[in-house]
Write a protein of this length. Structure first.
Length: 344
């Protein structure tokens, strides 16, 4: 069960993870096998957990976007991780089996008047923004204009949205010591939080994103709700992932606060980019990692993370044997600990 805040006037500062323990996770989407970019994220999250005293590392298969999932890809991903010596401490969790948990969280938000139905299509949203003089920049969000915030006006509901604007503006002003406290803060001007690599971050979710979707018009659960519920239920205290997901963090902090969940500590690592400068991805034809030579793949990921010794490890005699992989991973754990000190 997810805890419920005792009142709608809870503190503006999100709860911090419990002291004295570390739970991390790697959460791939099974839209294809692991490639060089996703192995970087997997290795970084594994290293962070292993560098922490008593750290635990989990794997979660984020397969809620079923039209994009490739049959057998999840099993391939787990086999690739195992070949690289990246084995979770618990059996993997599959999001596709957790619909009842997401529904319970949505029901809770509805009961608290923090979620509402929406009848808008994408074309409706674009037309409303154009009428208001909003010009969309390339790669920017399409902020929801709040059309259905006061009701559907007789139209049928298509999706459910989180009342992010009202929730953000209903909080107390953020204190100025966010960087010193280490915890996030929700304020009228946005969500303020500190990334372990990127430093102080801020986003005005109400203005830049608006009331975002929790359940889509096609009936599928939105990533933002699912990831927050899963991290809360699994007791995740530290999240290490690619920096392309950093702009999702403020939305997740808002949802964590609304659901009474602790906010994990975040570390967003560099992306692996293709020759054209775009993020390396399955959608752009990134080849799968070659598990016939797992240490070579791991060494390339280590280099992308700025860790030393990757080339020597990959070229060593018998480098693809289990002991050589274990030795390389141990050396990278020690280096990671010195660099990031992921204490619980």
């Amino acid at each position: 069960m997810l805890p419920v805040p005792t009142s709608s006037s809870a503190s503006d500062r999100a709860a911090r993870p419990p002291a004295g323990r570390y739970v991390g996770r790697f959460a791939p989407s099974p839209t294809g096998p692991l490639h060089a970019g996703s192995l970087v994220a997997a290795l970084a999250s594994w290293l962070d957990a292993r560098a922490a005293p008593g750290g635990r590392w989990l794997v979660r298969i984020e397969d809620i976007d079923t039209p994009r999932c490739v049959p057998g890809a999840a099993e391939t991903i787990l086999q690739q991780l195992a070949a690289c010596g990246l084995v979770p401490d618990e059996p993997p969790v599959w999001q596709s089996a957790r619909g009842a948990c997401y529904q319970a969280a949505l029901d809770r938000l509805i009961a608290q008047a923090r979620a509402y139905p929406c009848a808008c299509t994408r074309r409706d949203i674009e037309a409303a923004l154009a009428a208001a003089g909003h010009t969309r920049e390339r790669h920017s969000e399409l902020p929801y204009p709040g059309t259905c915030r006061q009701g559907l006006a007789g139209r049928p509901a298509r999706a459910w949205r989180f009342a992010a604007t009202a929730f953000q503006h209903g909080r107390a002003p953020a204190p100025a010591d966010v960087t010193e406290s280490g915890g996030p803060a929700i304020a009228d001007d946005g969500v303020h939080w500190t990334d372990r690599r990127l430093g102080l971050q801020a986003q005005d979710v109400a203005r830049q994103v608006g009331d975002f979707v929790l359940r889509r018009a096609d009936g599928l659960w939105a990533y933002q709700l699912a990831v927050v519920v899963d991290d809360g239920d699994q007791g995740v205290t530290h999240i290490v992932r690619g920096e392309d997901l950093a702009d999702n963090t403020p939305r997740q902090i808002l949802l964590q606060s609304a659901l009474g969940l602790a906010t994990p500590r975040y570390l967003h690592v560099p992306l692996v980019r293709a020759a054209d400068g775009e993020k390396l991805s399955k959608q752009h034809g990134a080849p799968p990692i070659d598990t016939r030579h797992p240490l070579q793949a791991l060494a390339a990921a280590a280099r992308a993370l700025g860790l030393p010794g990757g080339s020597a490890a990959a070229s060593a005699a018998g480098a693809d044997a289990g002991p050589a992989i274990a030795d390389a991973l141990r050396s990278w754990v020690a280096c990671w600990r010195r660099t990031y000190n992921p204490s619980p």
